[in-house]
Design a protein around this ligand. Structure first.
Ligand code: NAP
Length: 251
């Protein structure tokens, strides 16, 4: 069970953080993986990190918000490496500000990187998946897709939209034997959350508010990703799996 041998996976935004750990996890489950990030040097460094773990990853640097770059990047990967069986839409950013003061640029950037990117990359990758009648798309959502906090209105709106995009992809593409699901992480220790865990007050709030009374580690998302990418999830469609230490169910 959960064997990804013979499958090829692309993880967007996998230069570091959750994406890099998911790429490693999918590779350890047998998949050939391709890492993606904005720049060649970041992709190169991620491939080198994986090589030290005995994983020969492919790489494709492109901006997931740029339709033309996405088209070129996916086409090159499918031509030079292999057709994509698994896509993990993981790239994401934060630009924190209260909604009343948020710039239009910070709104746009966060919506484009966290939401529009999944549409663009998904749309390009699904063409081959439809032709082959097989594919898995995993959208990395967030606990904030249901529960917003002050100063992240752009991010919460994007992640909420990503849940509905997951369901919309499902109603259109499930009949082609493509399963589209989401993972909604709670608070996970990465560069993205550094401003939170380095702030004693915010850190204490997060630990106190999480029933598990701790932060999550990126490695704790791997099992969910491998499951959703595997044949064992062939009848799991449009689901969002929360991996959050119980935060979503506690007041
Ligand atoms: P991270 O450490 O900041 O990593 C995000 C990666 O995405 C970075 O390598 C970043 O590259 C890349 N990226 C940003 N914009 C991109 C673009 N336009 N094209 C290609 N790559 C791009 O963040 P993380 O914590 O691992 O988060 C990964 C995903 O999990 C995100 O979608 C995030 O919203 C979600 N998530 C995280 C948490 C958490 O607690 N950490 C919780 C819930 C959900 P640069 O460094 O070059 O910008």
């Amino acid at each position: 069970m959960f064997d990804l041998s013979g499958k090829t996976a692309l993880v967007t935004g996998s230069g570091r953080g959750i994406g890099l750990v998911l790429a490693r996890g999918l590779a350890k489950a047998g998949a050939r993986v391709a890492v993606n990030d904005l720049r060649d040097d970041i992709v190169g460094a991620a491939r080198e990190t994986l090589r030290r773990d005995g994983i020969e990853a492919a790489g494709a640097a492109f901006d997931v918000t740029d339709r033309e770059a996405v088209r070129e990047g996916i086409d090159r990967l499918e031509r030079d490496v292999a057709p994509l069986d698994i896509l993990v839409n993981n790239a994401g950013i934060h630009r924190r500000a209260p909604l009343a003061e948020m710039s239009a640029e910070d709104w746009r950037l966060v919506i484009e990187t966290n939401l529009t990117s999944a549409f663009l990359v998904g749309q390009r990758a699904v063409r081959g998946m439809i032709a082959r009648r097989s594919g898995k798309i995993i959208n990395i959502c967030s606990l904030n897709c249901e529960l917003p906090r002050p100063s992240i209105g752009n991010y919460a709106a994007a992640k909420g939209g990503l849940v509905l995009l997951t369901r919309s992809m499902t109603v259109e593409w499930a009949r082609h034997n493509i399963q589209i699901n989401g993972i909604a992480p709670g608070y996970i220790l990465t560069e993205m959350t550094k401003p939170l865990y380095e702030d004693p007050e915010k850190n204490a709030w997060i630990i106190g508010r999480t029933p598990a009374e701790r932060w999550g580690r990126p490695e704790e998302l791997v099992g969910a990703a491998v499951f959703l990418a595997s044949a064992e999830a062939d009848f799991v469609n449009g689901h969002v799996l929360f991996v959050d230490g119980g935060m979503r169910v506690a007041l």
